[in-house]
Design a protein around this ligand. Sequence first.
Ligand code: SF4
Length: 368
Amino acid sequence: MTKVRHVLGISGGKDSAALAIYMRQRYPELDIEYYTCDTGKELEETYQLIKNLEGFLGKSIKLLQAADKSTQDPFDHYLNLYGGFLPSSNSRWCTKKLKLEPFEKFVGNDPVISYVGIRGDEDREGYISKKSNIQSIFPFRKNIWSEDVVSKVLANANLSVIADLYGQLPKASLSDRFDELLSKPVSFSFPQSQKLNLLLDVDTQRFNELVFAFLKQTNYPLAQEDSFPLLDNDEVLVRDDIFRLLEESGVGVPAYYNKVDFTVNEKKGQYSRSRSGCYFCFYQQKIEWIWLYEQHPDKFAQALAYEKDGYTWNDEETLEDMVKPQRMQAIKEEYIKRTSRNAQKLKSPYLLDILGDAEGEGCAACFI
Ligand code: SF4
């Protein structure tokens, strides 16, 4: 039987970097393969983060590149194949071609546990491979399991199977409350999410042991493992923990998160970039385009050069129009108003929080 591989993708963002640190510190016994999918269009800060992480982990992070035989970098290679059609949130060929396909090629048909850095304070699932040999695990959340696994474990059709498995757990770990919750069918008035949260609140480790026992009867990659150290993981890591892990480990927070001061019409503001990914990513906010224009003018010029034949990165305006002096002033002023409103509401020290919706959108493969 093929050995189960444990892999962790580094997107260049803070959460996947923090997850690599966390796994190294908490589960050094796991032989994790680290990889990153390089689009050829990342910011220098991303490559620096990868170097810092390699120093901390004491092992190299494998660089995966789509179209690695091409004379062009991965993005340009596929842009040509797509006839110059720029990717957008409605047509995101870039994620598929530059991130997901190289990852699936890297793992092939081997059974794989893929660790994903979705935080405990986020409500999203992230990339779940459709390939049955890839199983995602979420160590920062109280619920480390993917939705498909939870749905099977808590399905009413499996109540008796689960009851049997529960009965086989060591006696010391049984509790009436857990038993009562486990045997209660999900229904309109008792949804699966509620059952899951209650079970985890009563005894996270027991729930994880039960899931592991259930998986033993399936084709999931974990079925091949005799043990899994994350069964005892009941920690929940949120944004502050991520920054703490990065700072205390010496790896550091990716430099593009650092706030930079600006002044517009005698009003002061601060901007930064809210996420990793390609420097021209169409998910970025207008103020982030202005940040790119002022902090990385060479990259902005390259992004602008892609806009031709009616193809633009934004639906509403071209980059050329966006950086006209009056328009830029308006974007900055609007942004100062928005951030001060949000800062009052949130009272958070992180510009990232104040940027609000920035992180939730987009692609787990690029931004975690
Ligand atoms: S960062 Fe943005 S542009 Fe780059 S691959 Fe991801 S979604 Fe596409």
